[in-house]
Ligand binder design. Sequence first.
Ligand code: FAD
Length: 429
Amino acid sequence: MQQRNYWLTTAEFPVTEARPLPERVDVAVIGAGYTGLSAARTLAMRGAKVAVLESETIGWGASSRNGGMVLTGMKLGVNKLISMYGRELARRMYAASLATIDCVEQIVREENIDCDFARCGHLEVACKQKHFDDYARQAEVIAREFNHTLRVVRRNELSVEIGSRIYYGGIVDEVSAGLNPARYVAGLSRAAIKAGAEIFERTRVESVQREPSHVETGWKVSTSRGVLWAREVFVATSGYTGAATPALRKKIIPIGSFIITTEVLREEHACELSPRNRMIYDSKNYLYYYRLTPDRRMLFGGRAAFFPETDRTVRGSAEILRRGMIEVYPQLRDVKVEYVWGGTLDFAFDIMPHAGLMDGMYYALGYAGHGVAMATYQGQKMAALIAGDKPDNPFVGIAFPGAPLGLYGGSPWFLPLAGAWYKVLDWVS
Ligand SMILES: Cc1cc2nc3c(=O)[nH]c(=O)nc-3n(C[C@H](O)[C@H](O)[C@H](O)COP(=O)(O)OP(=O)(O)OC[C@H]3O[C@@H](n4cnc5c(N)ncnc54)[C@H](O)[C@@H]3O)c2cc1C
């Protein structure tokens, strides 16, 4: 088994020259994942001079490492959403979550991105009877409040959706989609470059300070490759948010997520596991998510370790995930696992996406494992805001809580406790 991201073996990234940084730009975007590149594309299309500053390489973060599930809804359940924000705002948020899928589809079409985008739908499967009982209630609330239809699948009908017998039933949303995440982020970077944005790889932003220039206010952005002046800064660093933006770092918990992929499966075998080729995840807090890749491997992911990716957490996760995969699909017992890798998710303390202005800098993050579609959408919406429009974006301006009692400076010391707590919750709920 290789400690390597399978998706990267399928994608080609544009080669950017190591040229000097420009002296001045309209917008400096920090981070070349979906959020940053989607914003850079929109801003450049509107005529702004944009520099995307990426400490590693294009798509190096979660954007090339994820499961490629383009999902409707949010991590937070719909009842919680309504109780936290009220009906009106919750409706706008849910509608936005549906619009995120259209947003990805539209960019893929407009830019001709070869990333296997398909509206294959998602399936959530219930690990307990009471989780299944809740599906009917959820579907009813979503239909009534958000005018969106989900289909509940009873246990005795589940075999048309999944070749596993361990679940108590499921719920399907046909609107969700799947794609190849690395090809998508590579395509998005080409689209941003084509629109006129410049991407600077291996350029780590070290600090950002207010600095007036002549008549304008703006920012002095200091990087590992020199300094540039930017009228606006857009922070798109997600789970990799670091010391350059300390206020934002305190609001985000970086959590590891890990994936294995098997060897290529025979067509009948793959079809038996996932007859409708859905994006699948289960109902636990410590959940598994899985799907077939376009070349028919089983891709199986989960929060096998809570800490972000290191050689040690990736190695440990490989075995945990293989065991999990065989619990779900005993048919895969003798199938070879070929790849394992990990990446970092960005959780806000309220598990919601957040966007807006902090300390004068624009930002969007907090996708909590639902970022393929939402990050693309937030990039586009925030670009419109920076360009002077007033786009409808229900995630701007909502309360953005930090840690209780301020007990967090960006180093997540409590992750083992949180991990243990979620395991207890899965046991009792
Ligand atoms: C294993 C895994 C599976 C996932 N599966 C799914 C899924 O199936 N569906 C889904 O919707 N979501 C999924 N997600 C989440 C999704 O991938 C992310 O929400 C999304 O990619 C976030 O995009 P982004 O552009 O905001 O951040 P990222 O892609 O993480 O990019 C942030 C970039 O910022 C750069 N950076 C950080 N600090 C600096 C600095 N100081 N200077 C310069 N650059 C900097 C980093 O190098 C990084 O490249 C998954 C995530 C992981 C890790």
